[in-house]
Design a protein around this ligand. Structure first.
Ligand SMILES: Cc1ncc(COP(=O)(O)O)c(C=O)c1O
Length: 371
């Protein structure tokens, strides 16, 4: 994608001129064209998608919604808000739905940031935080990571009167790092009440039982907290773009006021409602992910590669010259994610796939490391 930074006729604000495009995982079709193979021959483990696809119930709901395209969707997402409200045991006016949870991360920046203020977030935070802040012209206070994870005391120390927002993803992407519930709760309680906190739980459903915590109880206690989650990962609906936020009604109403209209399509809404009820699919997704992570760890051990143990659905692996290794993987039809943009030029992020996909990726990685 080309950047518009140099357009001579537009008087772009400096922060827009400086903005960078989001760098997604390489599409399967693009690589298939480049190396001249069928799309089916490509293994893509680059975007933390669900290797099981979507639940059958969601697929059915999607098919049934095919005739609804002539009409605008329900702007209030009544069915999905109702289903989430019952599932999460929060009132409907505590919910915000969006075009992926990234939409809600962006709304937080729109609501609370402007030039002269800043957002606080940890080093190696999700790229969408950086981009959302950049679009507002606000400053970035990036708090150095501790052992690839969040240094919560340093984050607290970075907050001052000009802090408009705190972003924290748990587990984090691209590191997969995790802050245990009690520490996170302690942190949230110490953030000044006038500073909103966005707790991004995109990978929440993958957390092993022993790591689970009740962040919605924290939402009930803290009017400055919004928890965001998504249907893109464990629910397998990344292509439909549905996410949601949970906050007390004043904050939720603010987000709902400023979000674009009709931001969740009818198809996406119906599929999400169906997916929410399919507990069996979710359980299978979690089990498959745990198996996939174990397989990737074992493969990295065999290859003598360092990696970070992850609570999400991907592993960050230290491969040396990651750009070169990535290029050799691409030539073998394997797409993973280089993370140089995060300041990690030696690492590749590999999403957990099916057993066959992981095996193919590890085999290709072994070859790629030979040079
Ligand atoms: C930490 C984190 N938050 C949010 C998202 C956004 O997901 P979506 O917009 O698909 O809901 C992602 C996607 O990769 C992520 O890694």
């Amino acid at each position: 994608m080309s950047e518009v930074n140099e357009a001579p006729v537009w008087r772009l604000p400096a922060h827009i001129r400086a903005s960078k495009p989001y760098q997604p995982g390489k599409p399967i079709e693009a690589l298939a064209r480049e190396i001249g193979v069928a799309a089916e021959a490509i293994v893509k483990l680059a975007s933390n998608e669900n290797p099981l696809g979507m639940s059958e119930a969601a697929r059915l709901a999607l098919a049934q919604a095919a005739n609804a395209l002539a009409r605008y969707p329900d702007n209030d997402c009544h069915a999905l808000v109702g289903a989430l409200s019952r599932k999460l045991d929060v009132p409907p006016d505590w919910l915000v739905t969006g075009n992926g949870s990234e939409c809600i991360l962006g709304l937080a920046a729109t609501a609370f940031l402007e030039p002269g203020r800043h957002a606080v977030y940890a080093q190696y935070s999700f790229q969408a935080f950086v981009n959302a802040v950049q679009r507002t012209g606000a400053g970035h206070r990036v708090v150095p990571a501790r052992g690839f994870g969040c240094d919560l005391d340093a984050m607290l120390a970075a907050i001052d009167d000009d802090t408009g927002l705190v972003y924290l993803a748990n587990p984090g992407n691209p590191t997969g790092s995790f802050v245990p519930g009690p520490q996170l709760e302690h942190f949230i309680a110490r953030v000044p009440a006038h500073v909103p906190i966005v707790l991004d739980e995109a990978y929440f459903e993958y957390l092993p039982d022993e790591d689970r915590y009740d962040s919605l109880a924290w939402v009930r206690r803290h009017p400055n907290l919004i928890v965001t989650r998504t249907f893109s990962k464990a629910y397998g609906l990344a292509g439909l773009r549905v996410g949601y936020g949970v906050a007390q009604p004043e904050l939720a109403a603010l987000f709902n006021r400023i979000r674009p209209a009709f931001v969740v399509t009818e198809q996406a809404e119906r599929a999400a409602v169906a997916a929410l009820d399919d507990e069996a699919f979710l359980a299978r997704s979690r089990a498959e992910n745990a198996r996939g992570l174990a397989q990737l760890y074992a493969g990295c051990d065999r290859l003598g590669l360092a990696y970070l143990r992850s609570r999400a659905n991907f592993v960050l692996v230290q491969v040396g010259d990651a750009a070169a290794v990535n290029a050799r993987l691409l030539r073998q039809g394997v797409i993973v994610r280089p993370v140089g943009v995060y300041g990690l030029p030696q690492w590749l992020r590999i999403s957990a796939g099916t057993a066959a996909q992981n095996a193919r990726c590890l085999e290709a990685l072994g070859q790629a490391l030979k040079g």
